[in-house]
Design a protein around this ligand. Structure first.
Ligand code: BTN
Length: 324
């Protein structure tokens, strides 16, 4: 059940360009005018900027910076992404919540966000450190009408979204290390974990998990990854507004996904290769069993890494790591 406070915030948010009178609020929420007044006082204490004008009513001017369904949705002018947002202060992993929600029928574009994850999941069963309020830990549920074997394209798409956002939002020059690590000055600042539920020829849903280190100081990064990991703050010397970056990621994601659904993968592939780490160069490749050198030719339609070793035909790799 939604609390009266949340209903009040929603009502104010839905009427952001006009004043809404105390009487209308009291009628719609079925509570007294004095109860409305008390809620307003509490909201202001929590950082909501609300303007009250006699004879006109109330108008919300600014949401607080802390994350909630409402604060993220405020000013997010999207068509389908983030229409439902599930926000948790702390959770083992937003991926787990996303799978549960998707199995219960959550709509395409539903977003799960946490301030902190206690068991964040990375690729290859690795742990993903998700320090409280320092980064962006989100999962997006998608229901794409594409064949399951093309799902890796969505991971590559998500990587271009992050690279675009870091470029336009923070003026940075990110590179994407295949398939989906976002590097800044040679260190990893973000990763993407794509998980899917599908039958042989049909996707039920895909969950795109995005982890982005934003306001970490060096000391916030676990010691064992400190030499290879970074954050936007470490790279820019600035504390960045997490909520605005989330909104930017969601809007850019929606736009890029729509382009992909309408026009297919070629534009995404081109953009990915534009950001690609060591495209056209010699790379060291590592799999569970071996390590070798080859030239990184580019990415294939199905998201594979295309490489060419000396005196060999080009080869497609689906599961490997580029050393850096
Ligand atoms: C990787 O580079 O290994 C992928 C990291 C993905 C981390 C994100 S954080 C939000 C979502 N929830 C998780 O538990 N993992 C993904």
């Amino acid at each position: 059940m939604q609390s009266t406070r949340n209903k009040l915030i929603e009502l104010l948010a839905a009427n952001k360009d006009t004043y809404i009178s105390g009487q209308v609020m009291s009628d719609q929420l079925n509570i007294s005018r004095s109860a409305i007044w008390k809620h307003m006082k509490e909201l202001k204490k929590d950082g909501y900027q609300i303007e009250g004008k006699s004879n006109k009513g109330y108008r919300i001017l600014k949401f607080p910076d802390k994350l909630s369904e409402n604060t993220i949705q405020w000013g997010l002018n999207s068509n389908w992404i983030g229409k439902t947002i599930i926000h948790k202060q702390t959770t083992p992993s937003t991926q787990i919540i996303a799978h549960q929600a998707a199995q219960e029928g959550a709509a395409h574009g539903t977003v799960i966000i946490a301030d902190e994850q206690t068991q964040g999941k990375g690729r290859m069963n690795r742990e993903w450190h998700s320090t409280k309020n320092k980064g962006i830990w989100i999962s997006i549920i998608l229901r794409p009408a594409i064949l399951p074997y093309l799902a890796p394209q969505l991971t590559l798409l998500a990587a271009t979204v992050l690279a675009d956002v870091l470029n336009t939002h923070a003026g940075l020059r990110p590179l994407i290390k295949w398939p989906n690590d976002i590097l800044l000055n040679g260190k990893k600042t973000a990763g993407i974990l794509t998980e899917m539920q599908a039958e042989q020829d049909q996707i039920q849903y895909v969950v795109i998990g995005i982890g982005l280190n934003v306001n970490h100081e060096k000391a916030d990064l676990p010691e064992d990854i400190r030499s290879k990991a970074t954050s936007l703050k470490i790279e820019t010397n600035n504390t960045l507004a997490i909520k605005e970056i989330i909104q930017s990621i969601l809007l850019t994601f929606e736009d890029t996904y729509d382009t992909y659904i309408q026009g297919g993968f070629p534009k995404i592939k081109k953009k990915w290769e534009g950001y690609g780490f060591k495209v056209g160069e010699e790379i060291a490749i590592k799999t569970l069993r071996k390590r070798w050198k080859a030239t990184f030719i580019g990415i294939a339609e199905d998201g594979a890494l295309v490489t060419k070793a000396e005196d060999e035909e080009p080869k497609k790799l689906y599961s490997a790591e580029i050393e850096w």
